[in-house]
Design a protein around this ligand. Structure first.
Ligand SMILES: [Zn+2]
Length: 274
């Protein structure tokens, strides 16, 4: 029998080792520019990351690539044996948007607990897997915490989250209602697995287009400026995969075929984070 490493090849557009080395050089440069003792230490750690001695930081493009390959293969194998399908879900917590100073100290535990309670109230007991991201939202000048998740089940199951989440999720200072929940059936499982485990935080800018004479708001993602990039990298490093991943409805007892995912998400099967 072939191992999962041989059976599941990565999509063609998946990041290359050379691309990750280049990305790491940008990260090291931005950390050195920030020039604090913590940033200089993290810059050295990333700079010294090598295949034989990976640094294991969630701020490292090479180590995240390695983790993403593992996650991809585990979830591809798991998905093959399923009778049901995944639903792609994004949940944004506008009320929890953070300033730069708040992000520097932030812990995700409370937000993750709240998401668990919301899933419970929506009676979603099936596996929910994915990760936490914080993008800098230029229009509100804050970091917006959100989760990209794969929910095992039907779209109608996830729709129950609407009533649970919509009530307290507004951006009053912008004078517009927030859209905190995005639900879509998974068409491309490869892309969905990787999208839900990106471990990259970006600058999301909002702009207006008028395709039919009527203004429509769109957003586009950009690389963070050097100072915010250094901040994001420090937080990614501090949280590590245990802080960044989210899982619910899964245990080694109920889903032994996901135990490798659980080890990775708990930081036990991956070189230690910072
Ligand atoms: Zn590394």
């Amino acid at each position: 029998m072939k191992s999962s490493d041989q059976r599941y090849s990565m999509p063609q557009d998946f990041e290359t080792v050379a691309g990750c080395r280049l990305e790491n050089s940008v990260r090291v440069n931005h950390l050195r520019k920030a020039n604090t003792p913590e940033c200089r230490a993290l810059a050295s750690r990333l700079d010294n990351c090598a295949r034989i001695s990976p640094c294991g930081s969630a701020a490292c493009s090479l180590c995240c690539r390695r983790a993403r390959i593992q996650i991809f293969r585990i979830l591809k194998q798991f998905s093959e044996g399923l009778g049901s399908s995944w639903v792609f879900t994004t949940i944004l917590y506008f009320n929890d948007a953070l300033t730069d100073a708040e992000l520097a100290q932030w812990r995700p535990d409370q937000l993750k607990s709240r998401l668990r309670r919301q899933l419970h109230r929506a009676d979603i007991k099936t596996p929910v897997l994915g990760s936490l991201e914080l993008d800098f939202q230029s229009d509100i000048g804050r970091w917006l915490p959100h989760f990209h998740l794969l929910v095992l089940g039907q779209r109608s199951d996830v729709e129950r989250m609407r009533g649970v989440i919509l009530k307290k999720n507004k951006i009053p200072e912008l004078g517009r209602a927030a859209r905190p929940l995005f639900i879509k059936e998974v068409q491309d499982i490869d892309a969905a697995i990787l999208y839900c485990h990106k471990f990259v935080w970006q600058d999301r800018r909002r702009f207006v287009v008028t395709p039919h004479g009527k203004p429509v708001h769109r957003t586009r993602k950009y690389r963070l400026d050097a100072a915010r990039h250094a901040l994001a990298l420090q937080v990614l490093n501090r949280l590590g995969l245990p802080g960044l991943t989210f899982k619910s409805g899964v245990s080694r007892a109920t889903h032994p075929d996901l135990s490798e995912y659980l080890s990775l998400a708990n930081g036990k099967n991956h070189p230690k984070g910072g």
